[in-house]
Design a protein around this ligand. Structure first.
Ligand code: IPM
Ligand code: MG
Length: 359
């Protein structure tokens, strides 16, 4: 039996998660050995237990075989001290479970070509995988904080660093992913300015010698941001650090048409993972049955593929999503002007229908 911990989170988190649970129910009814339980993370956890990643969630997360997460954060919690803000829940669970490898695939769905702000001919057939290091970099670097400058001004500071083993392990994940795809890996850094990036690039080149069948290239992050918009199909796999990956993966979501379409996997060294859409908690549309649940549902697919070795079920989820898109089902974020819009629950139900008939 595979035990899944479900952390719905804040605002639209519980809404999109409810649709993901319907997908789990389909597979359970087919006899798949899965079970799930619920926990708190983020603002919801702060409200229920006084901490964004409380001990009860820690215990359940460590024991689970995989974790599904909705989204956390929002204006209700903006005034809280940083240590108990919802973001610390997600950062805390990533660090606690050692989820260092974040996989963020961006696919251009044919049916959504018109939803991307880029010209359809630029994105047709696009299939990029961003591999983002997730437990290091300036996100977690010490020291950080506030201090006084010599001339008495308040100053905020953070520390960017990566050690060789941290770079090596994410490099291996990226090279291996490239090997299963089109064998091209682009490492993104800021080697012309940052010491951290100089080491990053050296280690990438060294690890690359173990993968002579994968073509390794390098881009500075500013150029990579431009190339993603200018000619996104040049990329197969991109590997980068935590901060650059955060930024580039949001950018890549627009290639796919909407940030509501992008799932992600955050894996430890043994492929235990946390699966979440890359979008946030969207307070502006929360509670209105408007959110797109497809990124959350596709995250369930990634869970079956990466943590449970069930590519067959992941493929069925992907196919069901393609089918509902081809059938013209659209939530507001992916609809063209004049196209009929359906709600979160209707989109979830459409995927469930497509899944049931695909067995
Ligand atoms: C993401 C988010 C998080 C991050 C926030 C919520 C801390 O933007 O998963 O990309 O910066 O990693
Ligand atoms: Mg982000």
């Amino acid at each position: 039996m595979k035990n899944i911990l479900i952390l719905p989170g804040d605002y639209i988190g519980p809404e999109v998660m409810a649709e993901a649970v319907k997908v789990l129910e389909v597979f359970k009814a087919e006899g798949e050995p899965i079970a799930w339980s619920f926990g708190h993370l983020g603002g919801a956890a702060y409200e229920a237990e006084g901490h964004p990643y409380p001990p009860s969630t820690q215990q359940a997360a460590r024991a689970a075989d995989a974790i599904l997460m909705g989204a956390v954060g929002g204006p209700k919690y903006d005034g809280l001290p940083r240590a108990v803000r919802p973001e610390q829940g997600i950062l805390g669970i990533r660090k606690d479970l050692g989820l260092f490898a974040n996989l963020r695939p961006a696919l251009a769905y044919e049916a959504l070509a018109a939803a991307s702000p880029l010209k359809p001919e630029l994105i047709a057939g696009l299939d990029v995988l961003i591999v983002r290091e997730l437990t290091g970099d300036i996100y977690f670097g010490q020291p950080r904080g506030r201090r006084k400058t010599a001339d008495g001004h308040d100053e905020g500071y953070d520390t960017m660093h990566y050690s060789v083993p941290e770079i090596e392990r994410i490099a291996h994940v990226a090279f291996q992913a490239a090997r299963k795809r089109r064998r091209r890996l682009c490492s993104v850094d800021k080697e012309n300015v940052l010491e951290t990036s100089r080491l990053w690039r050296e280690v990438m080149i060294r690890v690359g010698r173990d993968y002579p069948d994968v073509e390794l290239t390098h881009l500075y992050v500013d150029n990579a941001a431009m190339q993603l918009i200018k000619n996104p199909r040049q990329f197969d796999v991109i590997v980068t650090g935590n901060l650059f990956g955060d930024i580039l993966s949001d950018e890549a979501s627009q290639l796919a048409g909407s940030i509501g379409m992008l799932p992600s996997a955050s894996l430890d060294a043994n492929n235990k993972g946390l699966y979440e859409p890359i979008h946030g908690s969207a307070p502006d549309i929360a509670g209105q049955n408007k959110a797109n649940p497809l990124a959350m549902i596709l995250s369930v697919g990634m869970m079956f593929k990466y943590s449970f070795g069930r590519t067959d079920l992941a493929d069925r989820i992907d196919a069901a999503v393609r089918k509902v898109l081809q059938d013209g089902k659209r939530t507001g974020d992916i609809a063209q002007p004049g196209e009929p819009v359906i709600g979160t629950q209707e989109m979830g139900a459409a995927v469930v229908d497509a899944l049931r008939t695909s067995k």
